[in-house]
Design a protein around this ligand. Structure first.
Ligand SMILES: N[C@@H](CCC(=O)N[C@@H](CS)C(=O)NCC(=O)O)C(=O)O
Length: 232
């Protein structure tokens, strides 16, 4: 039996991490038997989640999990895609994981810190909760600064997010999935990014959050229904 270690439910999501949600989406798309368990990033091989466990093998990183499912379990996520579509998918993957992701990190950990504190550490006694949150928030802010997103003003960060989301909405248009009728691995990425933007109660102050695009909301609903994505 395969086990997927993810960040536990918070912010109204089965997992508040886009990478964990992407791995859940890939597992659901694969049709393989597996279970979801809360993981501890401190114990993970690369100190990040998700991690897939298969017997005594541990596969960290959502993209390596996808490759493992393709190579070891014969799941063909992208067989219908042309070389050109694969190139487009790779650039949208990067948009979601290397750019829009950091907008979300900023919005949650800098702008909506009280909400994040309550959602992520709600069960921890107050003094300890403040201590742990401040420690983690400091690390997150260092990461934001190192990556660069944290050096921008709030408005600039929101504008980046709005531009990314508009690009996704415009490319999707009225298609059912990113490349038409057949869902592929990029849909797991896009779905996981959007749902992490739509469901948490955080405000993106400029126009352009995913929930303001009817095609993106319908896309997420369609994906949840088709792949029976577990809700909280
Ligand atoms: N490239 C990794 C990124 C995973 C990642 O960044 N996970 C974050 C949560 S969204 C994490 O585990 N953070 C814990 C930490 O940095 O301590 C993947 O695709 O799985």
């Amino acid at each position: 039996m395969l086990t997927l270690l993810v960040f536990p439910p918070a912010m109204g999501l089965k997992s508040p991490s886009p990478f964990s949600m992407k791995a859940i989406a890939l597992m659901q798309m694969s049709g393989l038997d597996y279970k979801i368990k809360a993981g501890d990033p401190r114990k993970a091989p690369k100190k990040k989640l998700p991690v897939l466990i298969d017997g005594d093998r541990q596969i960290p990183d959502s993209s390596h999990i996808q490759a493992y499912l393709e190579n070891e379990k014969n799941i063909d996520f992208d067989g219908t895609l042309s070389t050109e579509q694969k190139a487009i998918a790779q650039s949208f993957r990067s948009l979601c994981e290397d750019h829009l992701y950091w907008v979300g990190v900023y919005v949650r950990w800098v702008e909506n810190a009280d909400y994040a504190k309550q959602e992520f550490f709600g069960s921890v006694p107050k003094l300890m909760k403040n201590f742990i949150f401040n420690m983690v928030q400091k690390q997150v802010k260092q990461s934001l600064h190192g990556q660069g997103m944290g050096r921008h003003t709030a408005k600039e960060v929101h504008d980046f997010g709005a531009t990314d989301i508009a690009a996704i909405a415009n490319y999707l248009g009225d298609k059912d999935y990113f490349f038409g009728d057949n869902p592929t691995s990029i849909d797991a990425v896009i779905f996981a990014s959007l749902i992490n933007n739509i469901v948490p109660k955080v405000t993106y102050s400029t126009a352009g959050s995913a929930s303001s695009y009817p095609n993106l909301v319908a896309y997420c609903d369609r994906f949840i229904e088709r792949f029976d994505i577990p809700q909280v």
